[in-house]
Write a protein that binds this ligand. Structure first.
Ligand SMILES: [Zn+2]
Length: 110
């Protein structure tokens, strides 16, 4: 180990912390923009990924079934998909509530 190792470690930790803050900020901005579009009743032209929601600290997806008018929350951390999988690509049906006869609204919010 050389003399500058401690400084390199501190510099590396600082860079990682800045990257983590940037990732968190980007994830939060995407989730908030998506939620805003859904709240105003429009369909966003993008979909956050499962990893984005988890990175933003907002891993719960709220679903509403237009068939039975029930709402449920889904923990995205328990979905068996890659973290780069778009949330809107999830094929969700209302099996727990009305047996999937009507399907779930795409208006899920994180
Ligand atoms: Zn239903």
């Amino acid at each position: 180990m050389g003399k500058g190792d401690r400084n390199d470690t501190i510099r590396l930790q600082s860079m990682r912390a800045a990257l983590d803050r940037a990732t968190l900020t980007e994830a939060l901005n995407l989730i908030e923009a998506w939620n805003f579009k859904l709240a105003e009743g429009s369909t966003p032209q993008f979909s956050p990924t499962i990893g984005c929601a988890i990175n933003a600290g907002m891993p719960w997806l709220r679903l509403h079934c237009p068939g039975c008018q029930q709402t449920t929350d889904l923990d995205l951390r328990r979905i068996v998909r890659p973290r780069d999988y778009p949330i809107t690509a999830l094929k969700l049906t209302c099996e727990a509530m009305c047996r999937g006869l009507k399907g779930l609204s795409e208006n899920g919010r994180v």
